[in-house]
Ligand binder design. Structure first.
Ligand SMILES: NC(=O)c1ccc[n+]([C@@H]2O[C@H](COP(=O)([O-])OP(=O)(O)OC[C@H]3O[C@@H](n4cnc5c(N)ncnc54)[C@H](OP(=O)(O)O)[C@@H]3O)[C@@H](O)[C@H]2O)c1
Length: 330
């Protein structure tokens, strides 16, 4: 085993600015943990962009290597479930937050954070999906659990060209739902339609100030990554008994709301967290993503980058300009 590896490291300079660059690191510098993994692929998530930008709510101490998702090969393991040479996914929990992350040739983590790569999924495909796709699947699973069925009406997806959004569109299309995609990117309409969106709306319509307590009940359900006024309007625009899976905050963590959608339309606001989901829950959902829920068109939504291209790609994610998924090849 080579004890040295390349990693992307974010540091804070004297002016309080955060800059990332490629460095050489040693395996012995990695945190303690039961499993050492050689990373083959990672991917970019919104949380990585926050960590790389110095957001102390995500990462307290710098220098730091972000990267909340990894697919790779076990090099060393103190857990009999995971054997050297085995392909695995490591994702979520504290990986890439305050534990050195997957924008690196190697990671070392607790065994609980590592899952065998499910049959039916390559390492590359697993990182095109990544936490974004896993979260999209959690949203869809919870909406179905709360009564969503195909034929009830359109399912709205906000932030539809971002990581969670685009994989929600692809998964909902695979499951036969009618989809309305909300996006700010005019150039993405063709791609969204090719993935299965029947209707596309401009995201500015959803983020308008609107004092009315309820809007026309249009959507059977929604996957919302945006929060803010958008989430407030989505709640008001649900059909009777409809649900919104709330998983993100790209517009704002705060949202305006009254009780009217809940007490007059029986609306449901469903919370989604991917990072701390128990390993058995993660394992079961990843198996679905490898089989009957495997989204079509994964390569079409992926842009492969190297460690040297991380800076501009993370900026694109931070500024809401990313179209689909950045796949990082180590
Ligand atoms: N709860 C969880 O476990 C979990 C897991 C993963 C992600 N998340 C959260 O989900 C959100 C999306 O993550 P992601 O990885 O999909 O991020 P992403 O790839 O950056 O996508 C976000 C998308 O939101 C849209 N957008 C950007 N700024 C906006 C604004 N001001 N108002 C409305 N829409 C805007 C853009 O799409 P359009 O141009 O198409 O509108 C953008 O591409 C983030 O807040 C992230 O923290 C939560």
């Amino acid at each position: 085993m080579n004890d040295r590896f390349r990693a992307w490291q974010v540091s804070e300079n004297d002016q309080g600015e955060f800059r990332g660059r490629v460095v050489e690191r040693e395996v012995e510098e990695l945190p303690s943990g039961e499993v050492l993994v050689q990373v083959q692929y990672s991917c970019l998530n919104y949380k990585d962009a926050l960590s790389a930008g110095g957001n102390r709510g995500v990462t307290r101490n710098y220098p730091h290597t972000p990267g909340i998702d990894a697919a790779g090969i076990v090099v060393e393991s103190a857990d009999e479930r995971l054997q050297p040479g085995q392909p695995v996914i490591a994702s979520g929990y504290d990986l890439g937050m305050n534990t050195s992350g997957a924008f690196a040739g190697m990671i070392r983590t607790p065994a609980r954070w590592v899952l065998p790569l499910p049959d039916g999924l390559s390492a590359r495909e697993s990182m095109i999906i990544g936490t974004a796709g896993f979260t999209a699947a959690q949203c869809v699973e919870k909406l179905i659990h709360n009564g969503l069925e195909a034929g009830q009406g359109p399912v709205l997806v906000t932030g539809a060209t971002g990581g969670v959004g685009i994989l929600a569109v692809a998964l909902l299309a695979k499951l036969g739902f009618a989809i309305t995609a909300s996006t700010g990117k005019a150039q993405s309409h063709e791609l969204l339609r090719s993935l299965g969106a029947a209707e596309i709306i401009d995201r500015n319509i959803l983020s308008e100030d609107n004092p009315r307590p309820l809007l026309k009940g249009q959507w059977a359900a929604a996957v919302d990554v945006v929060g803010g006024k958008t989430l407030g309007n989505v709640l008001k625009g649900l059909q009777y008994g409809g649900s919104v899976a709330c998983c993100g905050l790209v517009e704002s963590p705060e949202f305006p709301a009254t009780v009217f959608p809940f007490i007059l339309r029986a609306a449901n606001l469903l919370g989604i967290d991917s990072a701390e989901a128990p390993p058995e829950v993660k394992s079961a959902l990843w198996k679905r993503l490898a089989t009957d829920w495997k989204p079509a068109g994964l390569e079409r939504i992926a842009t492969e980058i190297s460690l040297d291209q991380l800076g501009p790609s993370l900026n694109a994610v931070r500024n809401g300009q990313a179209l689909g998924r950045f796949l990082l090849k180590l």
